[in-house]
Design a protein around this ligand. Sequence first.
Ligand code: PEP
Length: 253
Amino acid sequence: MKRRPLLVGNWKMHTTVLDACHLAADIAKTCVGLKDRDVLLAPPFTVLSQVAHVVAETGILLAAQNVCWEAQGAFTGEISPLMVLDAGGAAAIVGHSERRQIFHEDNALINKRVRGALAFGLVPILCVGETLDEREGGQTFKIIEEHIRSGLAGVVAADMGDTVLAYEPVWAIGTGQTATKEQAQEVHAFIRNLVAGMYEKDVADQIRILYGGSVKPDNIDALMAQDDIDGALVGGAALNAESFERIIHFQEI
Ligand code: PEP
């Protein structure tokens, strides 16, 4: 079954307002008339609302790079789902490996973020992935299963249509070392089977599972040709309009 492709640009901690608006405008030009796929940008919080103005009416969607589970309150340094919606966001990346590794976010915290996003009508993009040590130690599937089961704890089937999963092997993020299409497909198929077991086959058939980790213009086509890869979560290559354009306009080979 073919799902609607989703190409996400994660700008991480890059861009001031001016850079962000220029980049968004350049990307928007490449998306004119695009009907068969979704494009989503995740700029830093500080530029979200300005980027929302730039991409208004273009069909490009916006995401926050993280989200809290509360609407407001004493949560210094956090951003609430209401604030994301207010700034023009429709989604939030949750559980990115940089959050897990650098900021020590654990599965329980990430699950609160997933459920918080859903409770306020934001699409959570739940990132999962193993480190190099875990892969070399034969732990890949165990880690992925833990990330998925605990990240989705308490999420009901009805909410799974509004959830996106992203397989991002930590060893491939920002390293230039992409998983081979076979390695990526193997884990994506595992995740889809796992979701089928946790929910039902329909849910698994419909959920979009993105691949992330050094996606570039020269590997996107082969990745997107895999049965269970429904899109890409792109970091470095999404900061350059030309390379992100090529990724958005992938051709399956
Ligand atoms: C990411 O930010 O999620 C990512 C995959 O980064 P990169 O494409 O640079 O590896």
